[in-house]
Ligand binder design. Structure first.
Ligand SMILES: Nc1ncnc2c1ncn2[C@@H]1O[C@H](COP(=O)(O)OP(=O)(O)O)[C@@H](O)[C@H]1O
Ligand SMILES: [Mg+2]
Length: 369
C-alpha cells in the first residue's frame, strides 16, 4: 500500500467513525421508540459515513471539487432511496411484531397461543416458545381440573361410603337403647366390623392426603424385599385361607432396597389383599420378587379373570372402584388402596403398573436398588 492509500484509509476511517458515533447517539435517543427508526438510522449512517469520507478525502486534495459534487449528489439520492427502503423493511418488522403481540394477547385472554403467523427466525423462535408454553399451561390446567374433579368425587364418594355404615350404626344403637334386640351379641359383632371398616377408610384417607400434600416422610433404610414380601404374604394368609385362595410367595436371590419398610409393606399388603379379594375360591395368587440390573421387582399375579382393557389405566385413580355399584360390603374399600400404592411406590422413585394375564392380572412394582 502506498502512503497515499494509507492516508485515504485513515481519513475515511476517522470520518466514518465520527458519523457512527453520531448514529450511536441517535439510536440511544430512539431506543424506546419503534424498531423502524433504528433501522432507518442504520441506513442513514451507512450513507452518511460514505459522504463524510468523501468530504474528508476531498479536503485532503484526493478528489477534485467537481468529482466531489457528483459523488455527493449520487450519495444523497442513493441515501434517500436507502432510507426509504429501510423504513419499508422496518414497517415489515413492526408488522410481524404486531402479529406476535396479538397472538400473545390472545394467549393471555384465551389461554392458547394461535398457530400460524410466520416471520423472521427470531420471531418464529419466540412464537414456538410461546406455543410450547401454552401447551404446557394447557396440560397443567387439564391435570389440575382432573385432580379437582377427582377430589370432588372422592369427597362425595367417601361421604356416601361413610354415611351408609353410620346410618346402620345409628339404627343398631337405637335398637339396643330401646332394648328391642333379642340377640345383642350379633349387633356388637356387626357394629365392631363397621367401625373397623370406617377406621380403615379414614386411615386410608389420611395416608392419601399425606401423599398428595407431600408431607409423607419416608424413613429410608436397607430392607430385604424378600423378607418384606414374606411378611406381607403371611399377613394376608388367614384371609386367603378363609376364602379358599392359595397364596404363595417366591423370591429369587437376595434383593436389598432402600425403602421405608412400613410404607412399602402397606403398599404390598394393599396389592396382595386386592389380589386375594378378586380371586375366586380355589384360585391362586403368586407373589414373586426378582432382582434386575438396577431395579428390584415384585409381581403379584392373581386369577381375577382380567380387568377390562379400558379400565386398566384407571385402577390407580383415586376413588376408582370399577363398575360395581358403590354399596359397601364388609371387605370393600373406598377405592383408595391402589392410589395409595402408587403414591408410596412413586415416593420411593419406583413405578407400579398392571397388565392382564390369560385369566387374571399382574401388578408389577419396580423399585430402584
Ligand atoms: N388384583 C385385582 N384384580 C382385579 N381387579 C382389581 C385388583 N385390584 C384392584 N382391582 C380393581 O381396582 C379397583 C380399585 O382398587 P383399590 O384402589 O384397591 O380400591 P378398593 O380395594 O377399595 O376397591 C377395585 O375396586 C377393583 O375393581
Ligand atoms: Mg383395595
Amino acid at each position: 500500500m502506498t502512503s497515499d492509500q494509507l492516508l485515504i484509509v485513515a481519513i475515511s476511517f476517522g470520518c466514518s467513525a465520527v458519523v457512527c458515533l453520531v448514529g450511536a447517539g441517535l439510536v440511544w435517543v430512539l431506543r424506546r421508540r419503534s424498531l423502524r427508526w433504528g433501522i432507518a438510522v442504520v441506513a442513514l449512517v451507512a450513507v452518511g459515513s460514505f459522504v463524510a469520507a468523501l468530504m474528508g478525502t476531498a479536503r485532503a486534495m484526493f478528489l477534485s471539487a467537481h468529482d466531489l459534487q457528483v459523488a455527493v449528489w449520487v450519495s444523497v439520492v442513493a441515501g434517500t432511496v436507502s432510507v426509504l427502503f429501510a423504513l419499508v423493511v422496518g414497517q415489515l418488522v413492526v408488522r410481524w411484531s404486531r402479529v406476535l403481540r396479538d397472538a400473545a394477547r390472545e394467549f393471555g385472554t384465551r389461554g392458547s397461543f394461535p398457530a400460524g403467523a410466520r416471520g423472521p427466525a427470531e420471531f418464529d423462535e419466540l412464537a414456538a416458545e410461546l406455543r410450547r408454553t401454552s401447551e404446557r399451561l394447557n396440560e397443567a390446567q387439564g391435570r389440575e381440573r382432573q385432580l379437582e374433579t377427582s377430589r370432588r368425587e372422592l369427597v362425595a364418594w367417601v361421604s356416601h361410603d361413610l354415611r351408609t355404615p353410620l346410618a346402620g350404626l345409628r339404627a343398631m344403637t337405637e335398637a339396643l337403647e330401646d332394648e328391642m334386640v333379642a340377640e345383642p351379641a350379633t349387633y356388637y359383632t356387626q357394629m365392631r366390623s363397621e367401625v373397623t371398616r370406617m377406621t380403615r377408610m379414614v386411615d386410608d384417607l389420611f395416608e392419601l392426603s399425606r401423599i398428595h400434600s407431600g408431607t409423607l416422610q419416608l424413613s429410608l433404610q436397607e430392607v430385604s424385599l424378600g423378607d418384606l414380601v414374606s411378611e406381607t404374604v403371611a399377613g394376608a394368609s388367614p384371609v386367603a385361607r378363609e376364602r379358599g385362595v392359595r397364596l404363595g410367595g417366591r423370591a429369587e436371590g437376595e434383593t436389598l432396597v432402600t425403602a421405608d419398610p412400613a410404607e412399602l409393606s402397606r403398599a404390598l399388603s394393599n396389592l396382595v389383599t386386592n389380589a386375594v379379594r378378586h380371586t375366586p375360591a380355589d384360585g391362586e395368587v403368586v407373589v414373586r420378587v426378582r432382582a434386575g440390573e438396577s431395579t428390584a421387582e415384585v409381581s403379584i399375579d392373581d386369577e381375577c379373570g382380567g380387568i377390562p382393557t379400558q379400565d386398566l389405566a384407571r385402577v390407580f385413580d383415586v376413588a376408582w372402584r370399577g363398575n360395581h355399584a358403590r354399596t359397601p360390603t364388609a371387605d370393600s374399600g373406598a377405592g383408595l388402596g391402589l392410589a395409595i400404592v402408587r403414591g408410596i411406590v412413586e415416593a420411593h422413585r419406583g413405578t407400579v403398573s398392571v397388565t392382564n394375564l390369560s385369566d387374571g392380572c399382574r401388578f408389577l412394582v419396580t423399585l430402584p436398588v
